[in-house]
Design a protein around this ligand. Structure first.
Ligand code: PMP
Length: 324
């Protein structure tokens, strides 16, 4: 069993410098080492980019790499672009094709993590959104097996509040907004926790640092609604689909902090964390001695099997990289 680490909760493990392989850059597949931007780039100076994190699962038996919910991620990217007035002039399908070409050029035969980014590429000193040139790029890194989280994550409620929709909208996956996440995660790690849960400005549960949150209470799955300053996660949507299949009722409603402490089961979901149960919040064990509960166990198994194509169900979740 691998010990869960910070990486389990917040996305891919920290990697050393990423500088080999191929990227999609300036409309074509190019060596990653040549996919560079100027220090005068608007997005570098002001955080005016938006991005996605997408997983690819290698299926050894089928010798196939499946990208999970690829069009859904790119649809969300284009919505984030609308927020930032980034006009890429590319459709979801064109973005899909660019990413697939980049993945094929790399020839990955392992799990991967894909990072598309749309950003204000103009070189200028000017805090604004309109009339600034924009670009799209993508790269990917091999990413090892998901981490075993049978011990359950130990999390704390952050003293930092989640960004308000009238400050930096959390529903846009905006690069600059991740300062909010970094502040919260940094505190949690320093205090010896795996991750953190962020509250909204008015003190209700929003989400994890890079993931959404579900609570199980009396057999019902409860998650904060989209108006609670959350990123509307693609995995969150997948969990709702799986819950429907298992006839588990789902409720979107506000969650109080103290409900977390007394929940039957709690789990994070997100591209990086996949589905990972929370064993402890602020020193209080969740459910039976902090062990993984029955509902999260069922959902997690189905999610991972469908993502990798180990079961034929949910074919629309998977985009095959290699042509057969
Ligand atoms: N919330 C935040 C703040 C995130 O960064 C992420 C990861 N993208 C999520 C939730 C989960 O979203 P998804 O399931 O689409 O990865």
């Amino acid at each position: 069993m691998t010990t869960p680490t910070r990486a389990a909760a917040g996305g891919p493990p920290p990697t050393s410098s990423i500088d080999t392989g191929y990227a999609f850059f300036e409309g074509r597949v190019a060596p990653l080492a040549e996919a560079n931007i100027s220090i005068a780039t608007h997005a570098f100076n002001y955080g005016t980019g938006c991005f996605e994190g997408i997983r690819g699962y290698w299926n050894e038996e089928q010798e196939q790499l499946y990208v999970l919910k690829l069009p859904e991620h790119l649809e969300r990217l284009l919505r984030s672009c609308r927020l930032l007035k980034i006009d890429l002039g590319m459709s979801v399908d064109e973005l899909v094709q660019g990413i697939l070409a980049m993945l094929r050029a790399n020839g990955f035969r392992s799990d991967v993590y894909v990072r598309p980014i749309a950003y204000k590429s103009g070189r200028m000193i000017k805090v604004a959104l309109a009339k600034i040139p924009s670009s799209f790029a993508a790269f990917a890194v091999p990413m090892g097996d998901y981490l075993d989280t049978t011990r359950g994550l130990r999390v704390t409620i952050s003293s930092w509040r989640r960004l308000d929709d009238n400050a930096i909208p959390a529903r846009g996956k905006v690069t600059g907004g991740y300062i909010n996440t970094a502040l919260a995660v940094d505190d949690a790690i320093n205090a010896g926790f795996d991750d953190t849960i962020m509250l909204t400005g008015d003190g209700h549960v929003a989400e994890g640092s890079s993931c959404n949150l579900f609570m199980v209470r009396n057999g019902v799955l409860v998650t904060p609604p989209v108006s609670e300053d959350i990123l509307v996660g693609i995995t969150r949507g997948a969990v709702v689909e799986l819950a429907r299949e298992h006839e588990i009722p789902v409720q979107e409603r506000r969650i109080d902090r103290s409900e977390l402490y007394t929940a039957d089961e709690l789990f994070f979901c997100g591209t990086g964390v996949q589905i990972a149960h929370i064993g402890e919040v602020d020193g209080r064990q969740i459910g039976e001695s902090g062990r993984r509960g029955p509902i999260v166990t069922r959902l997690q198994a189905r999610y991972l099997a469908a993502s990798r194509g180990a079961i034929p169900d949910y074919p629309s979740w998977r985009t095959a990289v290699y042509e057969k």
